[in-house]
Design a protein around this ligand. Structure first.
Ligand SMILES: Nc1ncnc2c1ncn2[C@@H]1O[C@H](COP(=O)(O)OP(=O)(O)OP(=O)(O)O)[C@@H](O)[C@H]1O
Length: 653
């Protein structure tokens, strides 16, 4: 099937041709046969880089009305927004704004790109634009199996189908074990394929050679490994050097940010400098100068970059484009890169197959490793792609069994988890979609969970969840099973915070009301929001523990919870640390100082500031609902916000 046969405008056909797309890839042709361009529901479970974007565009461009494209990560929203914006004659909107608005302005666009969380929050805030949607595309639908994102995604999809009856639903998935489950749930045709535009061979390294799954082998010349060298790192260096010698680029995956940085520093020792990399290093330096930024500029000079969530967005964008332009030859990354950003390479080396979960070192999931491996092989540039898992004589067999011989896991709904149910039960009641336990059960019936577990009766757990929400003062439960959100519950739902966060904020606001006015400071509000489950935690080093404790003691009167009242002392201390960082940021500290003083990534400062601003807004709205004369959330948010808008440019690294 050819582009000239597609039912899209001549300008769009020309746009595809200009991008080198003349003939459809087989999975794309199968999607057309399944009715993607005629309003049909389709689930496409196909490998990385097999052309999912075109499948989505065909659905959105031929739909009889506006389309919504749901992405899992905000970083991906921007990438997709930019790519759809190039389509001629199509207006594209991106929704990255606050969580407490219906985002009605999006109703004016042909295509809207948003995260599931943003769509969920817009619906809770009364968005009417979703009713006009003709097409919804869900990218990375296999994330239905993730503990937090999954339930939001399935409830949002079920709600969208109810609010816009007959809407075309297209779901794009990595290859998973049970795509037919997802397709049956969405009443969709399944397009399943393992076809890839570039051949991929996967292998395991052990004892001087890689054994590939196509029965070929590659001997690897690993130099002498000194007593202070790490064996796996030296193997990775040898595999990288070999790929570069053959004119390819390499992605190397490791378990943590720190490992990504130290591997990059090690590989840079073998690197090559050029005019292009010197220019890119200058750009990185111009974008600011934290320790991380300096190290990045230094390694990039030798053609090696690193990529992880601790980088500020500008640095991240610079290494990504440097890699795509082939100036950066090697990218050392944490697994997050594999989940989203489109950066293929000839060879992928996965050095670390285990990751610390907070309790133990655990194997990565097969799906995750397959997604990393799937990044190998760039269409039109590489003759083939190669993925190598680094093992040794003890682990090679296990790696082979786990990741080469075995298909990916099945995707299982996580909606029945207590926490997820609490959030979504409150949301459907507060949004006016259900007013009784029976009505909630009926809504849940349209979810992936109900599809997968038709015989599980949720009524018992639902009654318990309703009681829990009632004890948090968020829900009223009538004797006849009637449910109604309290004013507090409605605010919690609209502010898009978890019920547990709402309950903490309510308790904190009451404490603040009883506190001596002089002791209520911005730190009071910041420590309160930093102690909620919606704030991402931080790490507390052994050396700084005593220092943070001293700080906490000297500000004890300002906190709503003392160390002896905290359920979890360590978490309490972490909240104090975060509050302190944010306070210093509000007072004008620059990122570099904070990064050095508190050993956090520069990108962490950005994301903590953003989350705190959101939660302070929620605190302020709840104080209003409680009629409490507590202005401290607004003041703290203003200081944080002013600090962002005024000084950020200058203070960013
Ligand atoms: N029919 C085609 N002919 C030639 N090139 C194509 C065709 N379809 C897509 N491509 C190109 O292949 C590359 C990968 O496509 P795309 O980004 O859609 O993959 P994907 O399946 O979305 O990958 P990911 O798993 O990363 O999301 C792009 O550069 C795209 O332009």
């Amino acid at each position: 099937m050819y582009v000239r046969d597609l039912p899209v405008s001549a300008a769009v056909r020309e746009h595809y041709r200009a991008a080198g797309i003349e003939e459809l890839y087989p999975p794309q042709a199968a999607a057309v046969d399944a009715g993607i361009a005629e309003g049909g529901n389709v689930v496409a479970a196909i490998p990385t880089a097999s052309g999912k974007t075109l499948i989505a565009e065909l659905a959105m461009l031929t739909a009889d009305g506006p389309a919504l494209y749901i992405v899992p990560l905000r970083a991906l929203a921007r990438e997709k927004y930019e790519s759809f914006s190039e389509l001629p004659g199509v207006s594209v909107g991106i929704s990255t704004g606050d969580f407490d608005s219906p985002a009605e302005e999006l109703g004016e666009e042909d295509v809207v790109v948003a995260t599931a969380e943003k769509v969920d929050s817009a619906i809770r805030n009364g968005a009417t634009w979703v009713e006009d949607l003709a097409c919804v595309v869900v990218d990375e639908v296999h994330l239905l199996g993730r503990p937090r994102r999954g339930p939001t995604l399935e409830v949002t999809l079920a709600t969208l189908q109810r609010r816009a009856p007959g809407v075309q639903v297209v779901a794009l998935s990595a290859t998973i074990d049970n795509p037919e489950d997802v397709a049956a749930w969405l009443d969709a045709d399944l397009v399943e394929s393992t076809w890839r535009p570039v051949d991929l061979r996967t292998g395991v390294y052990s004892e001087g050679a890689v054994a590939f799954d196509d029965d070929t082998a590659l001997s690897v010349d690993v130099g002498p490994v000194g007593p202070n060298d790490d064996g796996d790192t030296e193997v990775t260096a040898a595999l990288v050097a070999d790929a570069l010698d053959g004119g390819g680029q390499c992605l190397a995956f490791v378990r943590s940010r720190r490992e990504a940085e130290s591997l990059a520093a090690r590989l840079a020792e073998d690197g090559r400098e050029s005019d292009a990399t010197a220019d890119l290093a200058d750009e990185i330096r111009d974008a600011g100068g934290t320790e991380t930024g300096r190290l990045l500029a230094e390694t990039v000079e030798s053609g090696v970059g690193f990529h992880h969530a601790g980088l500020v967005s500008e640095h991240r964008a610079l290494v990504e484009s440097g890699f795509r332009d082939r100036e950066v030859k090697v990218l050392c990354a944490t697994p997050t890169l594999a989940a989203g950003v489109n950066v293929p390479a000839r060879r992928v080396v996965v050095r670390d197959l285990k990751r610390y979960t907070g309790e133990e070192m655990a194997w990565l999931s097969t799906l995750e490793v397959h997604q990393m491996c799937g990044r190998a092989g760039r269409p039109h540039l590489d003759p083939y792609g190669e993925a190598v898992l680094v093992g040794d004589e003890h682990t090679a067999e296990e790696l082979w069994d786990r990741y080469v011989d075995t298909g990916p896991e099945a995707v299982e709904s996580q909606l029945a988890a207590r926490e997820a149910l609490r959030t979504h039960v409150l949301s459907v009641v507060a949004s006016g979609f259900a007013d009784s336990e029976d009505a909630v059960l009926e809504l849940l019936d349209a979810t992936f969970f109900a599809h997968q577990s038709p015989n599980v009766d949720l009524s018992g757990v639902l009654a318990e969840v309703a009681d829990e929400l009632a004890s948090m003062e968020l829900l009223e439960v009538g004797a006849d099973g009637g449910l109604a959100a309290t004013d507090l519950g409605a605010t919690v739902s609209r502010q898009y915070v978890r019920p547990e966060t709402g309950a903490r904020l309510i308790e904190g606001i009451r404490t603040i009301r009883a506190m001596d006015e002089d002791t209520v400071t911005a730190l009071t509000a910041l420590a309160l929001v930093c102690g909620t489950p919606d704030m991402r935690g931080t790490y507390l080093g052994n050396r700084e523990r005593a220092e943070i404790y001293r700080y906490a003691t000297s500000h004890a009167a300002e906190f709503t919870t003392g160390p002896d009242e905290a359920e979890d002392f360590e978490a309490w201390l972490c909240a104090v640390k975060l509050a302190r960082i944010l306070r210093e940021w509000s007072e004008g500290a620059d990122i570099e100082t904070l990064v050095e003083r508190y050993r956090i990534g520069p990108g962490d400062v950005e994301s903590h500031v953003e989350r705190a601003a959101w939660l302070l807004g929620a605190g302020d709205a709840l104080a209003d609902t409680l009629d409490a004369d507590v202005g401290i959330f607004r003041t703290a948010r203003r200081d944080l916000g002013e600090s962002v808008s005024e000084g950020a440019g200058a203070r960013r690294p």
